[in-house]
Design a binder for this molecule. Sequence first.
Ligand SMILES: NC(=O)c1ccc[n+]([C@@H]2O[C@H](COP(=O)([O-])OP(=O)(O)OC[C@H]3O[C@@H](n4cnc5c(N)ncnc54)[C@H](OP(=O)(O)O)[C@@H]3O)[C@@H](O)[C@H]2O)c1
Length: 315
Amino acid sequence: MEYRQLGNSGLQVSTIGLGTNNFGKALFDTGLDSDASVAVVDQALDVGINMIDTANSYSHGLSEEYIGRAIKGKRDKVILATKVSSRMGEGPNNAGNSRVHIMAEVEASLRRLDTEYIDLYQIHWWDPNTPLEETLRALDDLVSQGKVRYIGSSNFAAWQACEAAWTSKSLGITSFVSVQPRYSMMDRAVEKELVPFCQKYGVGILPYFPLENGFLTGKYRRNQDAPAGTRLASNDRGMFTDENFDILEGLIAFAKARDHTMVDLAFSWLLANKAVSSVIAGATKIEQVVSNSNAAGWNLTDDEVAEVNGILGAN
Ligand SMILES: NC(=O)c1ccc[n+]([C@@H]2O[C@H](COP(=O)([O-])OP(=O)(O)OC[C@H]3O[C@@H](n4cnc5c(N)ncnc54)[C@H](OP(=O)(O)O)[C@@H]3O)[C@@H](O)[C@H]2O)c1
């Protein structure tokens, strides 16, 4: 396993991370129960993955609970990233990025994760109703209290991440070291603004949906039934179009010609960008953790990246 610094911070994270929005069944019918989640985390740690990403809201806290069980006695091997912002109750202060919500939710996350600290505490969504300074000062207090070690954002537009960097700097308080956007070969919207911002200011990128919900593994084929029990079998999420299969088939041929799998290509293409610190991929089986962890060894040349971008076209 290779490790990279998370942005300009001193933290070393595995280039392949483990996503856990499928721990519990609230988001996907292919979600995992407690034992299966623990097995996936065990396997991830065994292959050298240290970056584990969750959120307070995943399966209403069950994802954090299962991770807490899985890392018992192994806390020092894990870089634990979780998130706050999503609605967690009916009350007016049970969502968003206010000081009151953050302070309540960090305690709930620490309890569910059964830990004394969170390595990376991420703001899940921009909150238009809370002054950014209030959010950043609350996070800075958590860092001072030792409950949180680093802070990051998720789903921020480039101007929002830039405003946060500028606000922290002018106040002399803790800054976000990372962003977590949706980013894959099939969804490159962040390349226009957010990626250049991160490259210029040394903010680490943690792409989510790197496999586009499994489409970029190559296990879904044109005019064939989706493999039973997979995420896109019950809902293709708009992926099974002729245009998308044209691209996928081009990518599979490119990878195969170089003795690599489609999974290798999906991860290596993202990691060719040095601002990408860790690619956050979910897994439903321990074999998937193993193949994902092997994917990072392929260092694409600039020419290969250009060729792949040619296959992707305007996508
Ligand atoms: N910040 C945010 O707002 C946000 C939003 C979404 C996700 N995330 C984070 O990003 C993580 C990654 O997203 P994701 O897990 O939903 O999407 P993903 O990585 O694009 O897809 C993961 C799914 O693909 C399949 N898969 C994975 N590895 C495979 C392999 N080697 N071979 C075949 N199939 C494989 C598995 O589903 P099947 O076995 O069912 O096919 C797995 O659950 C999440 O877990 C979460 O931590 C963050």
